[in-house]
Every structure is written in C-alpha cells, then in structure tokens.
Design a protein around this ligand. Structure first.
Ligand code: C5P
Length: 311
C-alpha cells in the first residue's frame, strides 16, 4: 500500500429520521410486521470517516455519550463494512471513526445511518464501485431502516419499512427533539404492541393486513404545512412505548403546553419529536423544555440521504 492510500480518509454522512406516520400491521411468521410509514430525514446526522486497515474497527466520538455502544462484530457499522467486503471479495478491512449526533437507541435510526454512511464510505475507499441499487440491496439486508438512511428526503416505506417510494414534500419542517437518558429496544416495543393487541382483541379492530399511509399525510407533506401535518402525525408504536415508559407521556404534555403543534414518540422511542409552527416556535419550545431540565435538540427536515462529503 502506498503512503497516500494508507492515509486516505473518506468522509460520508447520513441522516437520522422521524416517522411522521407509522401504522403497524399484524405480526408475521418471520417475526416482523408489515408497516406503512412516512419517513422524513432530519438534520441530525452521523459522520463516518473511513480509512484503510487490515481488519475492522470502529471508534465513536460526537455530541452524545457513546460509551454504551458495542464496537465489535455486533455493531451495525462493522456489519455494514464486513457485508460489503464479503460482497465485493475485498480481503482487507477498514477503520471507522464515527461522529454521532443521532440519539442511541432513540427511535431515530442512528445505527441505521451509521450503516448507510459506512456502506458508501467503504465503497469509495475500496473502489468496489457497486451501483446504487446494489448498495441499497445490502442496506436492506442490514436492517429495515437502513435503506431510508441511504436515500433520505421524504419517503413512504412499506413491507418492513424497507420498500421505499419517494414522496413529494415542500419546504422545511421545524422539529424539537426531547432526548431520554435511556434507550428502548425496538423488538421489545413491537412485542408490547402485539401483547396489547392480544389482550384487547375483543375490543379493538384487528391489525390491518396491509397498512397504508393516510392520504392526508401525503397532502400535508406536499403542502409543506406544519399545522396540517400536526393534525395527522401518528405512530402505532407510541402506545406500547408509553406503556413501557409512562413518564414519556408527561414530556409530550409539557411540549404541547409550551407551543408545540403536536408531540409524538419517534419510531420505537424514547425520543419525543415535537413539530413546531416555525423557527421562532421551535426556539421558544427548546428554551421551555431546557428550562424543565430536558435534553433538547432542534432539527429541520427533510434533508439529503447518505452522501460522500470528502475524499
Ligand atoms: O430490521 P431491524 O433489524 O431494524 O428490526 C429490529 C426488530 O424490530 C426486528 O427483529 C423485529 O422484532 C422488529 N421489527 C418488526 N417489524 C418491522 C421492523 C422491525 O417487527 N417492520
């Protein structure tokens, strides 16, 4: 290896996401659920710096505490790099430095963003030159939310959430995110939903076999109108997440009392996403929630999917 190849660092970035709408169908035999979701990529992003190495390693830095993260083979970024190496017949490894800004186990797809940016960075570093479709196929194998971190913008996800079609969206939405000091496990939140549905099967409609995104959500995104979107925000995982962590209910109430148009659990939680009317509304809400000693960050969306920033 030449000195310049050894010192080359490829920088790729991928966004976190908010599910502005998430409907969950019945539990399938493979342990997954068919979902219908509207994703919006937001301006909290993960920065992956990839450099040549003989084996696979990762180190985390960034604005959030990363001490709980696994750095071995179970880490999704390492899985992404090894999957690409295997697919391309590449025999060496990579060292990844990941600057994390998306909450860990927060329901905003941070691990998925790490994986999407890693695929892109390693593809460029190793010159494997897979097509976008081939990289998306690998993204699908890594997790249900990885394809969206790859494509970004605004999209409808069906199947496991990995079958994407772009959605029209106008303007920028202003979000305020209340972060929790604990994480939640996605499979546990889905199981809690299944348990709830079993317990109340007499009283509630059975889960839809093929859930769909409501037309009103697409309309609100197309109009770029936060008031319209606030009316139709929906997340089937919110009730089970609140059942598991009831204190999140008070956080939603506090935000809505302080000017949020609406608040909801993001994905499988515990991050609470508040939609604000405009930037001033978001700033005021951020101040009010910070005064209540919550950890709060602002984000806008939609933003780009995974891309190379520097090489
Ligand atoms: O695809 P991913 O590895 O992110 O999924 C994590 C877990 O979340 C799955 O093992 C499953 O329990 C649950 N899940 C689901 N239905 C989906 C997506 C995820 O039940 N559509």
């Amino acid at each position: 290896m030449t000195t310049s190849a050894a010192s080359r660092v490829v920088h790729a970035r991928a966004p976190g996401k908010i599910n502005v709408f998430l409907k969950v169908g019945a539990l399938l035999e493979d342990g997954y659920h068919d979902v219908a979701t509207a994703f919006q990529a937001v301006s909290l992003s993960e920065n992956v710096h990839a450099s040549a190495a003989d084996d696979f390693s990762v180190r985390f830095t960034g604005s959030i505490d990363t001490s709980s993260l696994a750095t071995g083979g179970s880490n999704l970024a390492i899985k992404a790099a090894t999957l690409l190496a295997h697919r391309a017949g590449f025999r060496k490894g990579v060292h990844l430095e990941i600057e994390k800004n998306v909450p860990i186990a927060g329901g905003m797809g941070g691990g998925s963003a790490d994986a999407a940016a890693t695929l892109l960075a390693c593809d460029a570093l190793w010159g494997t030159d897979l097509t976008r479709e081939e990289l998306l196929e690998l993204a699908t194998q890594l997790g249900s939310d990885v394809p969206f971190a790859f494509t970004g913008g605004t999209a409808i996800g069906t199947g496991r959430g990995d079958q994407l079609s772009p959605a029209l969206a106008k303007g920028q939405f202003q979000w305020v995110l209340a972060l929790a000091d604990f994480g939640m496990s996605t499979p546990i939140v889905y199981s809690e939903l299944d348990r709830h549905r079993d317990r109340h099967s007499q009283d509630i409609f059975p889960a839809s076999a093929q859930p769909q995104v409501d037309a009103s959500v697409l309309q609100a995104l197309r109009a770029g109108d936060p008031h319209m979107l606030a009316e139709v925000l929906h997340n089937d995982l919110q009730a089970p997440a609140l059942h598991l962590e009831p204190q999140l209910g008070a956080v939603i109430e506090l935000g809505e009392e302080n000017g949020a148009l609406a608040g909801m659990v993001s994905g499988s939680g515990p991050t609470i996403a508040f939609l604000a009317a405009d930037l001033d509304g978001a700033l005021e809400l951020q101040i009010a929630l910070s005064a209540a000693r919550l950890t709060v960050v602002r984000a806008t969306g939609p933003v780009h999917g995974a891309r190379i920033i520097g090489d």
